[in-house]
Ligand binder design. Sequence first.
Ligand code: NAP
Length: 509
Amino acid sequence: MSSTRLPLRDNLFKEIYRIEDEVPNFKSYVAGEWIEFPSKITVKSPIDGSIIARVSIPDWEAIDRTLDLVYVKGRWSIRNTPGEKRLKIIDKIADLMEEHKDEFIETLVVDAGKPVRHARGEVEASIDRLRKAPLDLRKLEGDYVPGDWSIHTLESEGIVRREPYGVVLAIIPFNYPLFDTVNKFVYSVIPGNAFIIKPPSSDPISTLMFVRVVLATGFPADSIAIIPLPGREASKLVADRRIHVISLTGSTKTGLEVIRNAGIKQFILELGGGDPAIVLADADLATAAQKIAIGVTSYSGQRCDAIKIILVEEPIYEEFKKLLVEELSKIRVGDPRDPSTDMGPLIEPQSVDEMIDAVEEAKSYGCKILYGGKRLGGNYVEPTLIEVTERHTLKLLKLYRDEVFAPVAIITKFRDLDEAIELANNRRYGLDAAIFGENIDKIRKLVRFLEVGAIYVNEYPRHGIGYYPFGGRKDSGIGREGIGYSIEHVTATKTIIYNYRGKGIWEYL
Ligand code: NAP
């Protein structure tokens, strides 16, 4: 029997699950209907490991039927729904989410282990993203190309228009299961693509609820599907030729596997990161420490844009270190259902092991733990800050080389900007960076040389709803997310050339 439960109370969601031994067994939405399959993903709450749900894994025969339906019919049903109607449907989805907001929030708390404040933030961001859909359509632009600039194209003209590729497969990470689904849904559907979701296995419930909401608004029933499937069994799905675009948010390792398995397709890959924060000597140190502490610990460091490396200019290093430790000591770790909790559990026990191993490795290289470093039982850990004093050890550390998805960061000092740039750029990732300071010349130099997709000046990195575009360079990915900026990846240009030769329209001199 589970002690932690999903907040299922609303009639809207009743048809997508069946209670067995007090645990809801969710159906998946495939081939145009909600179906329960014998094979299941068992979903546990990170709060205390209770089994909170079982989710149906469709067999390949059902997946094949789904792909057929979406490819043959669904991609035309959505395209034949006029844009203004599509916008109205998206608005209705936002209204319905608003209506069921509390249920979504409570689901994220129990399923993803998010503190209430953060779960509310994710649901509100999802509603906001839906409401901002009209901003995306402005990027659905085309070109008119006159023919009279080449001797070979006189008396002709071209129009370059954008059209949807057809079917987008969205592969969703555990850390923002609802928002990432909503965001990918909006930018795929606005230009007229059909949409298939591969939810995360650790916390898929909010994505199933989202599909239920979408279907309650008159969205074409054959233009959407959700295929819960363990990632390691998804290679046949990603390789399928009925899928035109893969939009994956996940780790770099998964990105590489997906690219290898998928073959020639369009990709948006929002991959691993973990960001450097550079603190300059003239920064407002108290504010920088406060913001960096949030950047390290928010959602237990399980964010692609979490701060993992803190580089501090030498003259202020000792003072800043003290301030940051003070800020970290204020973070309240605990049950995410308690409104006073700042930091809840990690998603699964293996994440705790991975963090503790990385901390032990750092200790074995002579690094000093300035704060935290311990497990607190279950999936809970302390926020952790590790000091690297010997420069040559930095590049050996897992905490520098890889992305450790937990509330842990390393801190070290730098003498000049070139050193800071080298330390930031030597990592394989290039998602974002933060700079704290006032000297405009120093900031400008850092902006020029840092190899990242976004730079936050006097702020910790936060992609938010993608009001500003974000996305990685190097091993952090391909393409951009952010309102309007993904349209180019989910649409193809088509050039139409009209030949009027000899029709007497142009009379060239
Ligand atoms: P993950 O383990 O890579 O999983 C992401 C998704 O990919 C899950 O749905 C997973 O399914 C699926 N998957 C795994 N292997 C697959 C395969 N071979 N073929 C197809 N799908 C596969 O990542 P995560 O732990 O959920 O999320 C954290 C990662 O996402 C971090 O690296 C983080 O930096 C990154 N992230 C990046 C951004 C960004 O904007 N750049 C934003 C958020 C997160 P299962 O759940 O069934 O394994």
